[in-house]
Design a protein around this ligand. Structure first.
Ligand SMILES: C[S@@+](CC[C@H](N)C(=O)[O-])C[C@H]1O[C@@H](n2cnc3c(N)ncnc32)[C@H](O)[C@@H]1O
Length: 226
């Protein structure tokens, strides 16, 4: 089987609906267009990040787009975690096809399973969204990242949500899930919530450039341990 045929087989096995970022074969033909939002404001902002010599975990790695990105940036070792076994099987096969060493992938629900180890940098890219927040997973997800990150954390999320419109729940129900949250004029600031949650041990830098006023854009925050 050629390498391109093997790639096609990986896409079939995982399912295009589960592949978050565009995937190309070795001749640059598109194999999956990626179901992720293409204007989420993420990729260009990572160019300034220094992965050199670091151990990195990529939480919710999907097929490893950013796991491979950190590896290309000269990380010493990168481990991608995802709770979808099919996705992890696909990511492992991709790493083998690309002949990449120093990268590993593991099945794990990082929000609810205890860490097997820690890393210099933890990445949480495009995981926090309406569904996870409305289902009450916000704190377990953020804590799951913190528990695995020794020195740095990279997180992308939308800074502000309208509770009733975006999360489709009443303010009272939202406050039952997150009693420490503040709602002002119907808005919940996830940016302030994350900053407060980590305030004791982490300093935050807002990495995103000013973007057009589009509420769907995710922004990038970088936390460094005090
Ligand atoms: C929106 S995709 C983002 C993928 C990747 N971070 C990126 O930006 O290309 C979310 C991925 O995170 C995984 N995921 C979501 N919550 C998770 C959890 N608690 N534990 C492990 N994986 C999770 C999903 O299975 C999915 O593959």
């Amino acid at each position: 089987m050629t390498k391109n045929t093997e790639l096609k087989k990986i896409v079939e096995e995982v399912g295009k609906d589960k592949i978050w970022r565009p995937l190309f074969d070795f001749e640059n033909n598109a194999l999956a267009c990626g179901v992720g939002h293409d204007i989420d404001g993420i990729d260009p902002e990572f160019s300034g990040l220094d992965f050199t010599g670091k151990t990195v975990c990529d939480l919710g790695c999907n097929l490893g787009h950013f796991t491979f990105h950190a590896h290309k940036g000269c990380a010493k070792e990168v481990v991608g975690y995802d709770m979808e076994p099919k996705v992890i099987a696909g990511a492992k096969k991709l790493a083998a096809l690309y002949n990449i060493e120093g990268v590993d992938f593991k099945v794990c629900n990082f929000a609810y399973e205890e860490p097997e180890r820690t890393f210099d940098m933890g990445m949480l890219i495009d995981i926090l969204g309406k569904v996870n927040i409305a289902k009450g997973h916000l704190i377990p997800i953020l804590k799951g990242l913190e528990k695995r990150s020794k020195s740095e954390m990279l997180i992308t999320f939308r800074p502000v949500y309208l509770v009733e419109r975006h999360l489709k729940m009443s303010e009272d129900d939202f406050l039952k899930l997150y009693p420490q949250a503040k709602i002002e004029n119907g808005f919940f600031s996830l940016l302030d919530f994350a900053k407060d949650l980590f305030a004791e041990n982490w300093d935050m830098t807002y990495l995103s450039k000013e973007l057009p006023d589009d509420e769907q854009y995710k922004r990038t925050m970088f936390f460094i341990r005090k």
